[in-house]
Write a protein of this length. Structure first.
Length: 456
């Protein structure tokens, strides 16, 4: 999801192509359990380099490979992915040990950068800021790797720096509104096709004593996603990041101003839960899966997360639906972008093994496990099974609606100082306060820190 210039991409390609639950626990582990059955049996398009006899002997050496990530929590699918990756890796490196350095929190990224800046860090690094890390010299050049030819064109600006490839967008995500189909059916509500219908649906749900739209904005990334989605439909500008950078667009223009206005409509009418600013993403999973809230704005992992929450919490399951946000005229612009990107530490003592591990995580029999029910592949030729009907709704929307690699609230193409001001403005609005002049302040911060941006 981070760092890329906004550009229009083919929705059809995205269908052929997924931040998981953010809690606060940190784990380091290695697994020795049996690998799961692959989600599909299609042949992998990504292969590891050929092994010479001398290299084969070296592959028998004992060593430890450290893999850092933030999205691999304690859910079965995460564990299955770890097991599948280890199993494939041990086929080539039978005496190697894989240690998973996991911090399921936004603090992972601070930890990762601190370790890399000290000359240390994990061998394989899952991240969301390849261009920033590449500019700092932390990542190995992977331009010669076989899988590069299979990367989706839409992801290339996010994995390339100065003409060289420094990672892969393993999974690709899109965003929209997920809703409780039972509540909608019981109240006679059809999935909204424009903003006014969306507001009417919220109002009808509210009158029945159900929270229309749940927010867990204590985790600010969830609010950033919503701001981004509202800005996309407000401005319908797929080149917004480039326009901000060139000065053609301003932060106090129709895109962000429209986003805050729409956010204000939801807040003023009481459609958010009263504790939207004080609960986090895990709690919103419970609010939605329990039926206390009818809608949530999230990424395409939401149907799988809901299914797991039904099981873990003993809630009565319901069908989850999906629809994209649209403006007053019914025009949608679906934001898409890399979710889990993966790179190799340039200073890894096991550089070739780390490159091989990365390649294996992009193979059909490993990546399909990570994608199952929640994501889309960032490399061509890798498919997965989707048990949740909502994934079909997402695929259908991507085929019908225009989409954009439009992530102005993330990464190195939008200054942190400006983002902080925009988020603070949104928090004011949700709490019932005014945010007059905040976008002017955001523009000043943007201009002040424009020189820090890394544009593709």
């Amino acid at each position: 999801m981070k760092k890329t210039i906004s550009l229009t991409v083919s929705a059809f390609a995205l269908v052929s192509i997924g931040l998981s639950a953010c809690s606060s626990n940190s784990t380091t582990n290695s697994s020795s359990t049996t690998a799961p059955t692959p989600a599909t049996t299609a042949a992998a398009t990504t292969t590891s380099p050929a092994t010479t006899p001398a290299a084969a002997d070296a592959n028998k050496d004992a060593f430890t490979l450290k893999v850092g990530a933030w999205f691999l929590d304690d859910l079965p699918q995460s564990k299955d992915f770890e097991v599948a990756a280890e199993k494939k890796f041990k086929e080539k490196y039978p005496n190697a040990k894989v240690v998973w350095d996991i911090l399921v929190s936004e603090k992972y990224f601070d930890k990762m950068k601190a370790e890399l800046s000290s000359g240390a860090g994990d061998d394989v690094i899952f991240n969301q800021n390849i261009t920033e890390l590449a500019k700092a010299g932390y990542l190995a050049d992977l331009s010669d790797q076989p899988w590069v030819k299979d990367t989706l064109d839409a992801t290339k600006p996010t994995i390339t720096y100065n003409g060289k490839v420094y990672g892969a967008a393993q999974t690709v995500a899109t965003f929209g509104v997920f809703y409780n189909k039972k509540i909608f059916a019981d109240l006679g509500i059809q999935p909204p096709t424009n903003w006014n219908e969306f507001l009417a649906a919220n109002e009808k749900i509210k009158t029945k004593g159900i929270t229309p739209f749940v927010g867990g904005f204590k985790d600010q990334w969830t609010l950033q996603y919503l701001i981004s989605g509202l800005a996309e439909i407000s401005g319908q500008n797929p080149n917004l990041e480039a326009d901000y950078y060139s000065g053609k667009a301003k932060l106090n223009g129709p895109e962000l101003q429209g986003a805050l206005n729409k956010l204000g409509q939801l807040a003023d009418k009481g459609y958010f839960n009263k504790n939207a600013l004080t609960i986090d993403w895990p709690q919103t999973q419970i609010e939605f899966a329990s039926g206390k809230a009818a809608m949530i704005y999230q990424g395409n992992w939401m149907p799988g997360v809901a299914a797991q929450t039904f099981k873990d919490k003993g809630f009565n399951p319901f069908d989850v639906g999906f629809f994209p946000l649209a403006d007053e005229n019914g025009k949608a612009l679906m934001g898409v972008g890399p979710d889990h990107s993966v790179s190799v530490n340039a200073k890894s003592p096991h550089l070739q093994a780390a490159k091989d591990f990365l390649a294996m995580t992009l193979s059909q029999d490993v990546l399909s496990v990570n994608l199952k029910d929640i994501g889309f592949s960032g490399v061509r030729g890798v498919t997965a099974t989707y048990a949740q009907p909502a994934m079909g709704d997402i695929s259908s929307a991507l085929q019908k609606q225009p989409s954009t690699l439009h992530e102005f609230v993330y990464g190195t193409t939008f200054p942190v100082s400006a983002l902080t001001t925009v988020v603070q403005a949104a928090e004011k609005i949700i709490s019932g306060k005014k945010a007059d002049g905040d976008l002017d302040e955001a523009q000043k911060n943007y201009d002040k820190d424009k020189g820090t941006l890394i544009m593709p």
